[in-house]
Design a protein around this ligand. Sequence first.
Ligand code: GDP
Length: 196
Amino acid sequence: MPVNFNCTEFIRSAAAPKDFLRDGLPQLAFAGRSNVGKSSVINRLVNRKNFARVGASPGKTSQINYFLLDQKAYLVDLPGYGYAKVSKAERDRWGRLMEAYFASGLISWGVMIVDARHKPTADDVTMANWFFETGCPLIVAANKLDKLKKSQIEPNLQVIRDTLALRGEDELVPFSAEKGDGKDQLLKLLETAIEQ
Ligand code: GDP
């Protein structure tokens, strides 16, 4: 049964483990550095303009947002990381929330958004390792592809693959939330993830 990604609704935010959803539906966890375009990628996937908040003051949201995809799975929007101007208290809150979520066993599939232009940061590598430790498969979307020259694409993807130490089964999808490149490929992978 195909998944209708246009049929997506916001369910709730979780600021503490007691608010995590545990109803058995698959959870696709989306993570990325602040400003990498995670909200824009989500909006592109579900064909909405302001669904996940674009340009929300980076790092200010230490909460997990749940969206229900066609009654079949949750798209779980994890709070962005790596924003320099965040207070220590906020960073600690972020760390506790993420540790609890990653330890919860609730993640079915990881989706990491990185910047196609740059070598992944140390925080990106840490995040990829958190996903590896859960044992779940990982999809990496290399966003902002529209900012690359054609000749830069393959070498940059290789740097991303190597730096994150992606495993054979992980997927790397060149993506542009701005232009729509990679959307069909990513939707197909998510659909497969949901149906497994
Ligand atoms: P988030 O903090 O990761 O949720 O990032 P946002 O979705 O708020 O995007 C951060 C900035 O990057 C915004 O100014 C977006 O317009 C821009 N952006 C996001 N995706 C793309 C893309 O694929 N290409 C380009 N050129 N800009 C993008």
